[in-house]
Design a protein around this ligand. Structure first.
Ligand code: AMP
Length: 576
């Protein structure tokens, strides 16, 4: 772990991508088969592989308790250090160094030991036990190594690793083609496994496997119809943008699982979809959205919310808020062997369809014979149309809204399915103005009826270049009283430090913020401010890493400037 932590510091110290890749490659090449997948997963800023259902359940308070237990410090020292660095791992390293923490280097834990401690922390009940396990680990780590452990456990790596850089390092380390590494990564959905395959020379054997969720393809926000057609035209595919929960459906015989955007198994929450999928006649993987739906009408997201997070929902709840699965993509398929031909499927591998164009995937989807709601089943296909002009797109948008959907998903019919990528193959057109997803970094008690609850949020976007969060605004929460109460408890437990009314909180909660205009401003560290920001949705399905970036804000700002110019020109023309 000491070498991993030193590597992290060296990678953070250079801004040159080629140097970062070379440092990583040199390090990965030295590792044993046991160490390699662990080191690579840690380099994604996660204690466990992304699709792993486990989480350590450790927050600021537990880390602070572990640090106080091994060094003669208290919570306030850590909070002061955090204020200075705005980085939890740097704060822990600093506090330990100042406390003269210098354990015997021979006792420094290996990567394998750190990984098994993370597993033990995950299964330990209660914060006290978790904190003791973490303290037992940190006591053996010098301050630099402790910083490495905290980088991973807090999920805030902050070493400037852009997407794809670890893939490039794996390719370089083992002399493989980058495309081969990327393809294997896409199919296995597991970067540790991909590294192992690269080390063994087995990248070509990577397969899409059932019950190993893939990352979801993501969409970029689009400003308006004109921009969409410029990017994807001349003719685009438009689907309704459903306001539900994204789910990947895997089926093999009677075994059916649903995975959420964060790759967690949510099958228990939607028994009607799981039950309906058992009756299918093929095995494979679908992408779609779970929606609350009754008598031909999509119910608002708020109705679906009462179903979220409830495993094994009661019969009454199932009747009150029925759900359906709206399928819009198929990622892989394995048809059942025709009876009697003897070719019985033997394992859980499926033929991937990710590299086929959307047109072919949609055709395959339409031929699956999904039991549709119209026929009493629990499935629907996304509403699909084509558009080749601004007017046609705007009309499709209004129609989608009339069907009570959020807006449009505009797709390039030739696009491949790119797991985990927010490319331009899919664009989302939501409202007259885009919303942005921000991370809450600070909270305050409200005024009037919101006195006593933490209802005012300061939020930030990701500055990818500087690898940090930059604030962009502050808004009174537009959430329901129940949501505010739940979030108040959460923020109280995840407060890093308190400054009068203001609490600096762990930057993990994502909110979708609506606004009227983006302005240049020195008030916030992003250099931008939002006019009339309103919190439209709490996005507990998104992680901070999925929040929008400063680059997107800049693009939206420039787009809006253009839009404004366009309006001015139109107005001037009218006046003239
Ligand atoms: P957002 O959550 O605002 O970033 O918008 C992207 C999300 O829209 C996706 O992750 C899906 O959950 C959802 N979505 C709704 N309808 C569709 C559709 N027809 N195709 C793809 N994604 C959709």
């Amino acid at each position: 772990m000491r070498r991993w932590s030193e590597l992290a510091e060296r990678v953070a110290a250079t801004t040159r991508t080629s140097e970062k890749t070379a440092l990583l490659a040199e390090y990965l090449r030295m590792l044993s088969p046991d160490e390699l997948p662990i080191a690579v997963v840690f380099l994604t800023g996660r204690p466990f592989p992304e699709a792993d259902q486990r989480a350590t359940g450790i927050g600021w308070a537990t880390i602070a308790a572990a640090v106080s237990a091994i060094a003669d410090t208290d919570r306030a020292d850590l909070a002061t250090a955090y204020d200075r660095f705005s980085d939890l791992s740097a704060a822990v390293g600093d506090v330990l160094a100042n406390a003269g923490h210098a354990p015997d280097p021979a006792a420094s834990p290996s990567l394998v030991e750190v990984a098994s401690t993370f597993a033990a922390i995950e299964s330990a009940g209660g914060p006290a036990r978790k904190s003791t396990l973490l303290a037992d680990l940190l006591v053996r780590c010098d301050p630099k190594t402790a910083r490495g452990v905290i980088r991973v456990i807090s999920g805030e790596l902050r070493i400037g690793l852009r997407e794809g850089l670890v893939d490039a390092a794996i390719a370089q380390a083992f002399g493989r083609e980058l495309d081969e590494v990327k393809r294997a990564g896409m199919l296995t959905g597991d970067i540790g496994r991909t590294a192992t395959l690269a080390q063994e020379g087995g990248l070509a054997t990577a397969e899409l496997a059932l019950f190993h969720p893939l990352k979801f393809m993501l969409a970029s926000p689009a400003e308006d119809a004109r921009e969409i057609l410029t990017r994807l035209g001349p003719e685009v595919w438009v689907e309704d943008k459903y306001d539900g929960i994204r789910c990947q459906l895997h089926r093999l015989g009677s075994e059916v699982r649903l995975y959420s955007r964060d790759l967690h198994d949510v099958s228990g929450q939607f028994p009607e979809v799981v039950g309906a999928a058992r009756d299918l006649t093929w095995d494979g993987i679908l992408d779609g959205e779970v929606l609350a739906y009754r008598d031909g009408i999509v119910l608002p997201f708020i109705a679906l919310q009462s179903r979220l997070g409830r495993k094994d929902p009661s019969k009454a709840l199932l009747e009150e808020v029925p759900v359906i699965y709206v399928a819009f993509d198929v990622l892989g398929l394995r048809r059942h062997a025709a009876q009697g031909d003897g070719a019985v499927p033997t394992d859980d591998a499926v033929a991937p369809m990710l590299e086929e164009p959307l047109t072919d995937r949609r055709l395959a989807l339409e031929h699956l014979g999904l039991p549709l709601v119209a026929d009493g089943g629990a499935f629907a296909l996304s509403h699909l149309a084509t558009a080749g002009s601004v007017d046609a797109l705007e009309a499709a948008f209004s129609e989608a809204r009339a069907r009570r959907n959020e807006g449009l998903m505009v797709k390039d019919p030739t696009s491949r399915y790119s797991p985990g990528r927010r490319g331009y193959g899919w664009l989302k057109m939501k409202k007259a103005l885009a919303t942005i997803d921000c991370v809450v970094v600070g909270v305050e008690v409200g005024h009037g009826k919101r006195h006593g609850v933490l209802s005012d949020y300061t939020f930030a976007v990701r500055d990818e270049e500087a690898d940090r969060l930059v604030t962009i605004g502050k808004a009174y929460s537009g959430l329901t009283d129940a949501e505010i109460a739940t979030m108040t408890r959460w923020f109280e437990e995840h407060t890093i430090s308190q400054h009068g009314r203001y609490r600096l909180v762990e930057p993990t909660v994502v909110v979708e913020v609506a606004f009227d205009v983006i302005l240049r401003s020195n008030r916030h560290t992003s250099g931008f401010a939002l006019r009339f920001p309103r919190i439209a949705h709490l996005r507990l399905d998104k992680s901070a890493a999925e929040a929008d970036t400063l680059a997107t804000v800049r693009e939206l700002y420039e787009g809006l400037q253009h839009g404004a110019e366009h309006l001015v020109t139109a107005a001037a023309r009218k006046a003239g």
